[in-house]
Design a protein around this ligand. Structure first.
Ligand code: CAO
Length: 425
């Protein structure tokens, strides 16, 4: 079958116009008038429709390129009469979106066949709804208000994929009265009625962790047990070691000692180092100790795992902690780095706060939250003395761990941390 170049038609005399979006890909079957490209000049946004029907063989332009009249957009293998019928073309100017204020207004310009649908860009309003004519048309067909659609395109432009995602997310929320497990869904509110808003897409990590956290929150009957560990001596010891180790590139934070103390407590209370089997009828006790560390990154929370913590010394753990935090923040973690955890630690001690209720990282059965240590008056030997107290929050799965064992575990842990000699045993 013959191939043919499809070129940019007359676009009102404009030259070197930016390609904002390529609307088709190799292998797509296109019809006459199928939108191929969205272009944006300083005055207008326009969709370039196809002059021919067939199968796209090769794309000659990509988003970010500049084109003028006559530039080749793609080659098409003619499909003759087999081509899909042309989608109905808007006969009258595309109606303006029902959002205020409007960033763009859509009109059809009188250009030689094939016509180019053009969207005028209003100066100074570029931060409002940005979408090409074809996207606006799809939104109108689905009855979608564009201002509610999170944009992922350049310059906050709403792409065809954004509309597809939006429709998918709406469908997954049906039936409208329940949000799974018979729970009512949160109401959909157009916040722009109360003031200016900006919608930004969630990062991939946030979407993923959000789903897991939501599932774990609903699945696990959580209890959180709080206790303070007296780390006055531990901190004195750390202070004597810190500077020397720093010279060797090792950062000795309280978390390294906490890791060691958790190992001792997991050995003393093996049910904390377990998972429920799929049937929920048996407990799988693990004979290895891998601990997940929640790391805060600009993209969201990730939990890399330090393996065989019980077999490693303080210096090695300190190095590994720095290494995985750096890897996490540089987005270099692999799936394997985040697998195989037995128990997790979420430390907000470097930031602040007095306590929080961490969510169990299923299939683990417990997680330790660490907050910022501070000096508190502690009653000892008939008087108050200032002691450095570390707030700990232990969340556990109540199906596996009884409240009494939760209390025993955290008391064991505080004892480990309060007397540094315990960690050496
Ligand atoms: N009390 C007081 N100070 C503390 C502390 C505590 N509990 N924990 C850490 N600090 C200090 C450290 O000693 C360090 O101070 P210096 O630089 O003076 O030594 C400073 O706070 C910063 O520590 P850090 O955060 O860099 O290192 P870390 O080993 O304590 O923690 C990591 C590493 C990766 C856990 C941490 O950087 C992080 O990302 N925490 C956030 C985890 C998170 O988001 N959890 C929420 C999940 S929701 O459940």
């Amino acid at each position: 079958m013959a191939t043919k170049n499809i070129t940019v038609p007359d676009i009102g005399g404009a030259a070197d116009v930016d390609v904002i979006e390529v609307l088709v890909k190799v292998g797509d079957t296109i019809a006459v008038d199928t939108p191929l490209l969205t272009l944006e000049s300083d005055k207008a946004t326009m969709d370039v429709p196809s002059s021919d029907a067939g199968v796209v063989k090769e794309l000659k332009v990509k988003a970010g390129d500049k084109v003028s009249v006559g530039s080749v957009i793609l080659t098409v293998e003619a499909a003759g009469n087999a081509a899909a019928p042309a989608p109905a073309k808007a006969e009258k100017p595309v109606a303006a979106e029902k959002v205020t204020p409007l960033a763009e207004k859509t009109v059809t310009v009188a250009a030689p066949k094939p016509t180019v649908e053009e969207t005028k860009v209003v100066e100074g309003e570029l931060d409002d709804v940005h979408a090409g004519p074809s996207v606006r048309r799809i939104a109108r067909e689905f009855g979608i208000t564009l201002s509610q659609v999170p944009a992922t395109g350049p310059k906050n432009r709403i792409l065809k994929e954004d509309i597809q995602e939006f429709v998918k997310s709406r469908i997954s929320q049906t039936p409208a009265t329940t949000g799974g497990m018979g729970l009512p869904v949160a109401p959909q509110i157009d916040f722009s009625q109360f003031g200016k808003i900006e919608t930004t897409p969630l990062s991939r990590i946030k979407k993923l962790t959000g789903k897991n956290l939501h599932r774990n929150w609903l699945l696990v009957p959580h209890v959180t047990q709080f206790a303070d560990a007296d780390i006055t001596e531990l901190e004195e010891f750390r202070g004597t070691q810190k500077a020397a180790l720093e010279k060797q590139g090792v950062k000795l934070t309280p978390l390294v000692f906490i890791l060691k103390a958790v190992v001792a407590s997991l050995k003393a209370f093996p049910q904390f180092n377990s998972s429920l089997d799929a049937s929920g009828e048996s407990l799988i006790l693990k004979k290895y100790i891998n601990i997940g560390i929640a790391v805060d990154t600009p993209d969201g929370l990730v939990v890399p795992v330090i393996r065989d913590v019980d077999k490693k010394g303080m210096q090695d753990l300190a190095k590994e902690l720095s290494h995985i935090s750096e890897k996490a923040r540089n987005r270099q973690l692999t799936a394997a780095d985040m697998q195989g955890g037995c128990f997790s630690i979420s430390s907000l001690g470097g930031i602040g706060g007095t306590a929080f209720t961490p969510i169990v990282n299923v299939p683990e059965v417990a997680i330790l939250g660490v907050s910022k240590s501070s000096y508190k008056p502690v009653y000892q030997d008939g008087g108050f003395v200032p002691r450095l107290m570390l707030p700990l929050s232990l969340s556990y799965d109540h199906r596996v761990i009884d409240g009494a064992d939760g209390a025993r575990f955290i008391m064991h842990l505080t004892a480990m941390l309060s007397d540094i000699r315990n960690l050496l045993l």
